[in-house]
Write a protein that binds this ligand. Sequence first.
Ligand SMILES: Cc1ncc(COP(=O)(O)O)c(C=O)c1O
Length: 369
Amino acid sequence: MARATARIDLGAVQRNCARLKEEVGVDVELCAVVKADGYGHGGTSCADAALEGGATRLAVATAAEAELIGRALPHIPLLTMGALTPDELDSALGAGSEIAAWREGFLGLVAERARAWGRPARVHVKHDSGMGRLGNRDPSRVIAIARACAANEHLELAGIWTHFATADEPDSNFFDEQLERFSVVAEAVRREFPEVMVHAANSAAVLRDRRSHFDMVRCGVAIYGLDPFQRDPAERDLTPALSLHSYVADVKRFAAGDSAGYGRTWRAPADTKVAVLPLGYGDGVRRGLSNNAEVLIRGRRHPLVGTISMDNVTIDLGAETDVEPGDEAVLIGPQGDDAILAEEMASRLGTINYEVTCGISSRVPRVST
Ligand SMILES: Cc1ncc(COP(=O)(O)O)c(C=O)c1O
């Protein structure tokens, strides 16, 4: 019995990576994306499991994440994908991370700091092929930056890369447009620098189109067993790694008309019993799930009723329930023959599975199984 626990099935992370590695084949490297504390699953433990499953590289978004992962796994190639301030650049280089660059000015700064560190920095030059976020939009400048990088004694041209905006939208042909634009730039760079590593695909792209695989794929969501297309992960042979557990702290009788929670947003339509689970939006169980979620207890679904508080939620058990204080409650994950997927919770909230697992707060201990 525990107030709130996120159980992380590291075997599932390992199997999902093996599944993705099978998809891309032996010639393509799998880079496991473990930013945002491994999408809320625990960054370093999931990185370990991903490596067991066939990943050979890791990626994070921030310098602080690079420090954490770089310290834990110093011999594994690591890429910091995000924008970095000068101080953050120093931290990322100090952690031994490879760096993303797309502007000449920043490349100069990377060279200067690499000289100070006494070892060349490995740089991945980013093409913005249509995401409209980080990266350089001008193909000729991307090629020029790659050349400048290769020519600088303090830098090594490690990669040329991009990121897709609509890989998870099967009907979008913008994906093909981006792929086409990037392929032209990547091939031009590769002709001059045959050793450069070309990479573009996220999880959705890996499962959608082999042409996007190039030399390496960067998978996040799928390694955690979350479906990049927001469907049931089982359809793509992915196993969810995270489940969210609590317990029934109290069961009380409600007469018809009695209300539960702030604002009295739910009133018992008939005599019933209500369970209290001692977790809430302070744990990342979003308030948008008020009167809009189900919870598994004794292998059966029960509606979450009333407004979600910071530390408590209430569940309508029905009048004839056998549920007792101390029973386990599952908010995400399997129990008995049923399961509540992060994708289901995301759909109720009008969001994506990524946000559901990233949103489980640090108040919830992650327990590896
Ligand atoms: C640049 C970049 N590459 C790869 C990924 C991994 O994407 P996914 O989790 O969809 O596999 C992300 C995640 O958002 C990203 O920002």
